[in-house]
Design a protein around this ligand. Structure first.
Ligand SMILES: NC(=O)c1ccc[n+]([C@@H]2O[C@H](COP(=O)([O-])OP(=O)(O)OC[C@H]3O[C@@H](n4cnc5c(N)ncnc54)[C@H](OP(=O)(O)O)[C@@H]3O)[C@@H](O)[C@H]2O)c1
Length: 271
C-alpha cells in the first residue's frame, strides 16, 4: 500500500515534540503541506526544518497556545490564509495530570486539562470544519487508553479523553453526510516527555517506570511516536475511506491489563 499526501494540507497540533513531531515528520515524508502548531518556538522551528528536508516543502509554523481562544483563532486563520484549504486536521496537543478526588488540589488542573484537551479541540475543529467539508477531508483526534482504563490517578485526564472519544463519535455522524471522516487514535504508553511533564520525574526515574510498565504490556514494549504516526497516516489516507467514528487503540493491548496499569499510574500521584 502506498500513501501519498502531496497536494494535501495537513494541520498537526502539538507538533513541537513527541507524537506530534513524529506525525509531522511522517506526513512530510509523504509529501504533505504542513501547518504545525506548538508553543515552544525553538522546538517547533527545529521540527519544521526537519520536515522541510524530507521533500523540500516548507511547513507553516504557528506559535500559539491552544488553551486560549486567541491561539485557536490564530491557528485556524493563519492556516487557511496560507494554504487556502485543509485536508487533514490532527488534534494532538494535550496536557495530562496525575491527581485523584482525594488529592488536595484546586480546580486549576481540572480547568487546564479540559480547556486544552477538550475545549481547544472543540473550538479548533468548529472553525476548520467548513474547510474540511470543502476538501472532503478528515479529522484525527489523538486520545488515550486512559479514556477507558479505570486507574486511580487518571482524573481528570481520563475524563477529558473519554469526552474527546465521544466528540469523535458525535461529530463523525454529523459530518458523514458531508463526506468528512472523524476518528480517534488512542495510544497506550508512548515514549515521550508527556509523563515526565506530568510527574516531574527525572530521566532516570522515567526510564525505571517505563521498564516496570513495559512488563505489564502484553506485546512487551511501549509505543514510540512513529507507531502512533503510522496509524494516523493510515486512517487519514484513502485506504481508510469508509472508516469513521472509530477509536483505534495502539497500545500493545495494555488496556486489558487494567489492574496492574492502574497501580503504575496511581504510584505517580504527587502528594
Ligand atoms: N505519551 C504517552 O504515553 C501518551 C499516551 C496516550 C495518549 N497520549 C496523547 O498523545 C498526544 C501527544 O502526547 P505526547 O506524548 O507527544 O506529549 P508531549 O511530548 O508532552 O507533547 C505534547 C504536545 O502538545 C503541545 N501542547 C500542549 N499544550 C499546548 C497548548 N496549550 N497549546 C499548544 N500546544 C500545546 C506541546 O507543545 P509545546 O511543547 O510547544 O508547548 C507538545 O507539542 C496527547 O494528546 C496525549 O494525550 C500520549
Amino acid at each position: 500500500m502506498d500513501y501519498d499526501f502531496s497536494n494535501k494540507v495537513v494541520l498537526v497540533t502539538g507538533a513541537s515534540v513527541g507524537i506530534g513531531e513524529s506525525t509531522a515528520l511522517l506526513f512530510a515524508k509523504l509529501g504533505a503541506k504542513l501547518s504545525l502548531v506548538g508553543r515552544n518556538e525553538a522546538n517547533l522551528r527545529a521540527v519544521a526544518a526537519e520536515c522541510e528536508k524530507q521533500k523540500g516543502v516548507k511547513p507553516l509554523a504557528i506559535f500559539a497556545d491552544l488553551g486560549t481562544d486567541e491561539g485557536i483563532h490564530k491557528t485556524a486563520k493563519e492556516t487557511l490564509e496560507h494554504f487556502k484549504r485543509l485536508d487533514v486536521l490532527v488534534n494532538n496537543a494535550a496536557i495530562g495530570a496525575r491527581t485523584s478526588i482525594l488529592h488536595e488540589t484546586d480546580m486549576k488542573i481540572f480547568d487546564d486539562v479540559f480547556r486544552i484537551d477538550v475545549r481547544g479541540v472543540y473550538l479548533l475543529t468548529k472553525l476548520l470544519v467548513p474547510a474540511l467539508i470543502e476538501a472532503k477531508g478528515n479529522i484525527i483526534n489523538i486520545s488515550s487508553i486512559s479514556a477507558t482504563v479505570v486507574a486511580v490517578g487518571s482524573l481528570p485526564y481520563g475524563m477529558a479523553k473519554a469526552a474527546l472519544d465521544h466528540f469523535t463519535r458525535l461529530v463523525s455522524l454529523e459530518l458523514a453526510p458531508k463526506g468528512v471522516r472523524v476518528n480517534s487514535v488512542s495510544p497506550g504508553i508512548t515514549v515521550s516527555n508527556f509523563v515526565k511533564r506530568i510527574t516531574g520525574s527525572t530521566d532516570e526515574q522515567y526510564k525505571s517506570w517505563l521498564g516496570e510498565v513495559s512488563k505489564q504490556i502484553p506485546l512487551g514494549e511501549p509505543c514510540v511516536g512513529d507507531d502512533i504516526a503510522r496509524m494516523v497516516v493510515h486512517i487519514a489516507s484513502e485506504h481508510s475511506r469508509l472508516v469513521t467514528g472509530t477509536v483505534v487503540e495502539v497500545d500493545g493491548a495494555l488496556r486489558f491489563n487494567t489492574a496492574s496499569s492502574s497501580h503504575l499510574v496511581s504510584q505517580q500521584i504527587k502528594h
